[in-house]
Ligand binder design. Structure first.
Ligand code: FES
Ligand SMILES: [Fe+2]
Length: 397
């Protein structure tokens, strides 16, 4: 394991000022050893996003999710409660549910052990012999996982000993204090793509604006610069910008279609003194939650690590109040999704192409470097990665 991590010189180089820093090595993106260390040291011990609350809107909805080598089952167990279990039968380990479904019971396909929505055993047919359905009352039910949700995203803590979720998410909640997220409604629109790139490359690709003129020529060069956003407890990292949404031509601000998407109510009377727009931003809660916050939409996103070279990205499109479902605005909402999907279609091949040569980068001794103007958030994310992996002390540097 040791050779897959960072030696003290590499840690010191990562924590130099951005212009002089050396980024994470290629093995951080491609090696099995680093991946296993991420699973054990970070994903399992912390809070990891796995799904959307809106995946299970009705009591009895079940949503299986495979993430980082764990198979989990999310269930709406009551109107106001989501339960997450290991997706494994308490009898002999069968995978319980392999596609989204709905029911009052969770039924194992092998010997039909049956569980209620809280994971307790409800039936063990014929367990004591033909037509004898008793004898199993002392068996445990499903193995439940600690779960919590915020901003439509459901998180789990697999080790069961992370800090309370409310403490973990508090810095981001404080950052969003001006926004009333209860105004947001799920539109029913979403997206789902899997591709061959490390999850960190997907995040890094989203939090710098250096690549915009070449990868997203429709966006042009962002003269305002994305302002890096992070907290001192390593809850989130990302950017905000007051420039990106000001241009009339911006396809997200003014998507094609009739009608107007309303703004968050605290922005409805927004008046710009300097010609810039209200802020928009991307706030990543590593490893797998992202909140895109714009003034007329909220796009919770999952960047699910599947393996060192595999990531699944899901988006869930939310708009304000009735605008989320008003039939008159459906073309507008669909245009928003189309815009985001075309941005992803430009970014994804880049991530795949970077991923493909990470092993060779280390072999050739090629270090990763940063622009101190454009890539401060990427640099911060890599430092955060080192801290969350326990490669250095927890202090901010
Ligand atoms: S393994 Fe599930 S009932 Fe036997
Ligand atoms: Fe991009």
């Amino acid at each position: 394991m040791a050779e897959t991590m960072l030696n003290p010189d590499a840690v010191a180089a990562l924590f130099r000022p951005t212009a002089d820093a050396i980024g994470l090595p290629g093995r951080a993106y491609a090696s099995e050893g680093w991946w296993q260390a991420e699973r054990e040291r970070w994903f399992k011990r912390g809070w990891m996003a796995i799904a959307f609350e809106s995946d299970v809107p009705r009591v009895g909805d079940m949503w299986p999710v495979d993430v980082a080598g764990w198979s989990l089952l999310m269930v709406r167990s009551a109107i106001d409660e989501i339960a997450v279990f290991h997706n494994i039968c308490a009898h002999r380990g069968m995978k319980l549910v392999d596609s989204p479904t709905r029911g009052a019971r969770i039924v194992c396909p092998w010997h039909c052990w049956t569980y209620d929505l809280n994971g307790a055993i409800a039936r063990q047919p014929h367990i004591g012999g033909p037509d004898i359905n008793q004898g199993g009352s002392t068996y445990a039910g499903l193995k439940r996982v600690r779960a919590a949700a915020w901003g439509d995203i459901v998180y789990v803590n697999l080790s069961d000993d992370a800090e309370p979720f409310e403490d973990f998410i508090a810095p981001l909640k404080a950052r969003f204090a001006d926004y009333d997220l209860s105004e947001m409604r799920f539109s029913g629109l979403n997206s789902d793509h899997s591709f061959e790139a490390n999850w960190k490359l997907v995040i890094e690709g989203g939090i710098e604006d250096y690549h915009l003129p070449w990868v997203h020529p429709q966006e042009g060069l962002n003269k305002d610069n994305f302002t890096p956003e992070f907290d001192d407890r390593d809850c989130y990292v990302g950017f905000s910008s007051r420039y990106a949404m000001t241009r009339e031509a911006n396809s997200l601000r003014n998507p094609q279609g009739e009608g107007e998407l309303p703004l968050f109510s605290h922005l409805a009377r927004y008046e710009s003194a300097d010609g810039l727009g209200p802020e928009c931003g991307m706030f990543v809660v590593p490893p797998s939650a992202v909140y895109w916050l714009l003034y007329n939409m909220f796009i919770p996103t999952l960047i699910l690590p599947l393996g060192p070279n595999a990531t699944r990205q899901r988006r869930s499109y939310h708009f304000i109040g009735d605008a989320a479902t008003d039939p008159l605005l459906s073309a507008k909402r669909e245009a928003v999704r189309t815009s985001w999907e075309s941005i992803s279609a430009q970014d994804t091949p880049i991530a795949i192409r970077v991923q493909a040569l990470q092993h060779q980068r280390d072999e050739a001794g090629i270090d990763a470097r940063f622009s101190a103007y454009w890539e401060r958030a990427v640099h911060h994310f890599q430092q955060m990665t080192a801290r969350r992996m326990g490669l250095i002390g927890g202090e901010a540097v």
